[in-house]
Design a protein around this ligand. Structure first.
Ligand code: OOG
Ligand code: MG
Length: 257
């Protein structure tokens, strides 16, 4: 049997992102399963690397029940981050570059040296140099922000942009810190880091394990987004967005009008 056309599907998704034009879901029609979908994601990232972007990290998706419920997919997924997705803390992004962008509050890790594949992480503070509040901008390339599990994996887990606040040394506990997402000074979402797999540190174990299945190793110096603690909120032109994580501080971005 001939498998799905990995390169062709990656091209369709890449074009959709480049032109900010939604496309129809494609996994069912092309027979894409989860493994093949990660293959498409790899090809999609390759396309970015070929035009000069650099891999700077990894992101987890659907590590909280709030997110799973919002998109109707209940499996933890992972995607890749490149340098052009990073917006300086407090920076401005043009929302018309995206289809239907949403923002969500996250916790970021700055990775230190990680163990060899198969070895346990051991002490979290050996693997992670620093932590920070983060905002992820997600933008599904599928119409109506609706997708199946393989669809969202192929689409690099809706990754679009992110900001990271000031890095802090790893605190003693990360498992029950209050999280706020504010839009224009008003609270839009409230949550806790406990929503992220019970403890965001667990997201790193999952990331190492799941990416490792596809031969991807996390690297020293990479950023790791552990996944949103709350549901995502639409990013409107002109909006000022701030994420606050208790003890870690804040990060913000603005959407140009
Ligand atoms: C998929 C990406 C989910 C998260 O933090 O849970 C994600 C989506 O919601 O479009 O980034
Ligand atoms: Mg996210």
């Amino acid at each position: 049997m001939i498998g799905p056309d990995t390169a062709g599907i990656a091209e369709r998704l890449g074009e959709a992102a480049d032109t900010a034009t939604a496309i129809a879901q494609l996994a069912a029609e092309t027979g894409l399963d989860v493994d093949a979908a990660y293959g498409v994601q790899t090809a999609l990232i390759q396309r970015r690397l070929e035009r000069g972007e650099r891999l700077v990290g990894l992101k987890m998706g659907l590590t909280s029940k709030a997110k799973m419920a919002q998109v109707g997919v209940d499996e933890v997924i992972w995607g890749r981050l490149t340098d052009t997705m990073r917006i300086p803390d407090g920076g401005t992004l043009d929302p018309t570059r995206f289809i239907h962008p949403r923002v969500e509050p996250e916790v970021a890790f700055l990775l230190d040296r990680l163990p060899e594949p198969g070895e346990p992480i051991g002490d979290f503070t050996d693997a992670v140099r620093a932590v920070a509040p983060a905002i992820e901008v997600i933008d599904s390339r599928y119409a109506n922000f609706t997708f199946s599990l393989p669809d969202v994996i192929a689409d690099n887990t809706s990754a679009a942009a992110f900001t990271i606040g000031p890095w802090s040394p790893v605190p003693d506990g990360l498992d029950n810190l209050g999280v706020l997402l504010e839009i224009d000074g008003r609270v839009a979402q409230v949550g806790s880091t406990a929503a992220i797999l019970g403890d965001p540190r667990r997201a790193l174990d999952e990331g190492i394990r799941l990416a490792g299945r596809h031969g991807v190793r996390l690297r020293e110096g990479w950023v790791f987004l552990a996944g949103a603690a709350t549901a995502a909120v639409p990013l409107r032109p002109g909006a000022h967005v701030r994420a606050v994580v208790e003890h870690l501080g804040t990060t913000s971005l603005r959407a140009s009008a």
